[in-house]
Design a protein around this ligand. Sequence first.
Ligand code: SF4
Length: 201
Amino acid sequence: MPPPEPYLLPETMSAGSKVLLHVCCAPCSCSILDGMLASSLKPTVFFYNPNIHPREEYEKRKAEIVAFAAKRSIPFIDVDYDTDNWFARIKGLEKEPERGKRCSACFGLRLERTALYAHENGFPFIATSLTISRHKRQDQVHEAGFAAVFRYEDVTFWDYNWRQKGGVDRGAVLARTEGFYRQNYCGCTFSIRMKEEDSQA
Ligand code: SF4
């Protein structure tokens, strides 16, 4: 596989810029992290995903990205598995379809925590691997990202389209090469149920 092309950086960003990347799992983030390294950025992985159910699944997804980040010498920030917070945030939205209001609340919680950490720890940029998945609406995730940084003058949400220039295919090849486990549902208990209902339909 040829090396990744450097990203076209916004004017406010330059080689050496620190980026706090909210990461959902290794298959979605591996090519993004390699792209950032190829662009001479300094990424840090931020793992905050209290939506993932059950706990064993959460630990499995986390272990893979911990190992990949270590392999690339990328710092890793492990945040709380505060599921009570997540269930409180999505209360009343349990029956929403994927890409609906429950997902907006879920993105909001995760990206707000990312923005807060960036603000408190000197990261001028945040981004998320969530948008590389074709199962997600980029505009919905980006909306949550911009809202998350709204209160911080020192933090910018970087809304790069990771899917362009073969980003998805590169990720798929890398995930196969690395032998990553590929989950068949988004993460929360409701997405498992919807997957099961789809397969029975
Ligand atoms: S389907 Fe995915 S994005 Fe939507 S609420 Fe569940 S875990 Fe979050």
